[in-house]
Design a protein around this ligand. Structure first.
Ligand SMILES: Cc1ncc(C[n+]2csc(CCOP(=O)(O)OP(=O)(O)O)c2C)c(N)n1
Ligand SMILES: [Mg+2]
Length: 316
């Protein structure tokens, strides 16, 4: 089991990565869309701590932290966002489409609910090949309104596939509040309707997330079929860098910020000030090196831009 202090460090790495992205975006170093995970770190950190090296992760466009936790380097992530060749997708994916086959990180997906069928396919392949691997699929509660959510849960349950569904319920899908669009807002209950064991989890408490995820992953790996976690969390920042946030009250945001997962764990561990300072220094050094790496990266030559768009014509 991952030590609590290591969970703290991992959450801090995700937080600093996201804060760095915001700074770089403001400086126009990163362009396009940018969605950050600040406030939700306990979810990806706790779940990732339960995974083995050859398990797979599928995530959304809010996935920088998930990639980092899976083992994609901060260098490869930032270079990707800069659009540099040294990025994990040669700079062609950008913020929303991080992907890395070596760590079995299967994206980064801009389509709401688009990752669910992909995860079910990965899990089906593992089951057919008799491989002892688990696929974890992260998605927002906005995905619950999509047909793919229901199709994917149904097939995963019917075929008893080794997939762990992790719904990051942060209460909003862009400006749409969950309570205004779903007749049943208990998402774990919805998943239970597909005969999938499903639990709500406090997504601001990394220890609770890690423990529940460990049990769920063990059950999936043990042949128990798909499992489902509804991780109740909150994003502290806007949906993306273009969002005036007119759909929620500042007081509501402030109430959740009081439950900051990093500050909560730090307080409960009573970490000595010196250890905390050192941890911050190490994480900052990692990110400074990653920024320098991305800055020094190379743009793809213009003549290569059509490469990978179509496959080369096979020789006859
Ligand atoms: C199929 C589809 N419909 C609409 C959109 C536009 N869109 C982008 S993000 C988003 C909200 C999704 O919210 P949620 O799933 O709760 O994830 P969160 O952003 O809260 O992490 C929407 C509707 C999209 N990307 N894909
Ligand atoms: Mg949401």
């Amino acid at each position: 089991m991952t030590e609590p202090v290591d969970l703290l460090r991992q959450m801090l790495r995700v937080r600093r990565l996201e804060e760095t992205c915001v700074e770089l975006y403001s400086a126009a170093k990163i362009r396009g869309f940018l969605h950050v995970y600040i406030g939700e770190e306990a979810v990806a950190t706790g779940v990732s701590s339960a995974l083995a090296a050859d398990d797979a992760v599928v995530a959304t466009y809010r996935e920088h932290g998930h990639a980092l936790l899976r083992g994609v380097s901060a260098e490869a992530i930032l270079a990707e966002m800069y659009g540099k060749q040294e990025g994990c997708c040669r700079g062609r994916g950008g913020s929303m489409h991080l992907f890395d086959a070596a760590t079995r990180f299967y994206g980064g997906n801009a389509i709401v609910a688009g990752g669910l069928p992909l995860a079910v396919g990965l899990a089906l392949a593992d089951k057919m090949q008799g491989r002892d691997r688990v696929t974890v699929c992260f998605f927002g509660e906005g995905a619950v309104a999509e047909g793919e959510f229901h199709e994917s849960l149904n097939l995963a349950a019917l075929w008893r596939l080794p997939v762990l569904f992790c719904c990051e319920n942060n209460l909003y899908a862009m400006g749409t509040a969950l309570r205004l669009v779903e007749s049943e807002t208990d998402i774990a209950l919805k998943a239970s309707a597909y005969e999938i064991p499903a639990w709500p989890v406090d997504g601001m408490d990394v220890l609770a997330v890690a423990e529940t995820a460990r049990r769920a992953v063990d059950a999936v790996r043990g042949g128990g079929g798909p499992h489902f976690l509804e991780l109740r969390t909150y994003r502290f920042r806007a949906h993306s860098m273009f969002d005036p946030e007119r759909y929620r009250e500042k007081a509501e945001v402030a109430r959740w910020v009081e439950r900051d997962p990093i500050e909560t764990l730090r307080a409960s561990l009573a970490l000595p000030e010196q250890e905390w300072t050192e941890m911050q220094r190490d994480v900052d050094a990692e990110l400074q090196a990653a920024v320098a790496f991305a800055e020094a990266g190379t743009d793809e030559p213009v003549e290569e831009l059509t490469r990978f768009v179509h496959s080369d014509r096979p020789a006859r």
